[in-house]
Design a binder for this molecule. Sequence first.
Ligand code: C2O
Ligand code: CU
Ligand code: CU
Length: 479
Amino acid sequence: MERRRFLSLMAAVAGMPLVGRCARLANTPTTPTIYRSEGGLLAIDLTASLGRVSLGERSAELMTYNQQIPGPQLEVRPGDRVQIRFTNALDQPTNLHYHGLHLPPTGLADDPFRTVVPGETALYDFQIPDQHPSGFFWYHPHVHGLVASQVFHGLAGTILVRGKDEPPELQAAQEAVLVLQDFDLDRQGNVQEPTPPFRMWGRQGDLITVNGQLHPRFDVFAGGLLRLRILNASASRVYQLQLADHPWWLVATDGRSLAAPVAQDSVVLAPGERADLLVPGDQPPDSYALLSLPYDRGIAAMAKSMGQNHGTDTTEEPQTIATLDYAGTTASESGTSMLVNFPTALGTVETLPEPAIVREFVFDHGIDPETRDPFLINGRAFGHHRIDTQVNVGTVEDWVLVNKAGMDHPFHLHTNWFQVVSHNGQPEPLPAWRDTVNLRPYETVRIRIPFRDFAGKTVYHCHLLDHEDQGMMGIIEMV
Ligand code: C2O
Ligand code: CU
Ligand code: CU
């Protein structure tokens, strides 16, 4: 791997304002309010409500956390206690799920079966485990049947865990969190209800926002190092992202560190997935477009056969969703510079032992005999009172995920992370932790899951949220 030296800005790291000779401040996309834990505690009030917010140059009637799109960013350290006093000011039930955090699925922690009724204030209270890895996670609602609609109305927020397990080069890098959301608004700025075929394909809108803005700009310092932390918080849209004419390196999948940076061309992010990308400021100072490339998740042919095109990507051109600018070199001017290496090693991704049990999960379309829902796992749609899978805490399992359908189905498991072992029998070359993996049409993906702790019931599902709402979810009990 190439080894280069880069300047980094300790001032930026320490959060002090930077004053270079060009007197230009770092341009980062407007970030939501950040709440950081203090003295081991993060105690906040969070309210979900429906109301008018501005979205780029438009005004829209959206569901928000604390009236922000996206919701506040929560920053914690391993071992911290988190107390969220959550008020549901919507006219429908909702709740909170902490996607990617390794938390008990029981009590007041990460229980997807808990609902908060309209008007209720409920407490979420949990501890981030001492051994929790650093990473980039998120929260969103999880009431079965309402998830797609609530997320598509804007409900999503980010969570950063900042531990001591990250290499100093990464800690020293500038950082920009980018939350990708898409909206389908009418002239009054109301979110449109999807047509029946769109509920099947997954609702998707033409308006793509980054941190609730239309094509924001963000900066990298010439000679500096920028870490982009990108979340796909859309209900159904799969993004294929490219930084035009500029190198970038994948350093984390679903928020968790790889062993070493991997050069990327484009990056595909299915709903729920995250990618951390390192952007070295080593190119000619200029502006570079962050592009959303057309991506067919298997609905183009179906849409065409029904004479529909809207929002299906087939007619879309690459879109610039944000722009990377070079900011003047201020490192030497501010007198606080430090030379850092582009990191060659990031950490270790441990090798998991061979599984005790191998299970198969078939993702397909059909009709559930009881609920009549059309999206099935192993022939059944979600049943609130049926335990589909029972596993033993303290074991490692392989799950073979078989997509028998002609559409992408991004598989997500709560509570426990996994590693992809193979795609269609081909060994996965990149050791990485994930909480979500996209199953392409007719693809078989084998994953390996360590169930180390936390007994209780939780769920796995397709993170195309209309599919989850229409049955593609199962219950796992860990005993
Ligand atoms: Cu982000 Cu069960 O989901
Ligand atoms: Cu989740
Ligand atoms: Cu699906």
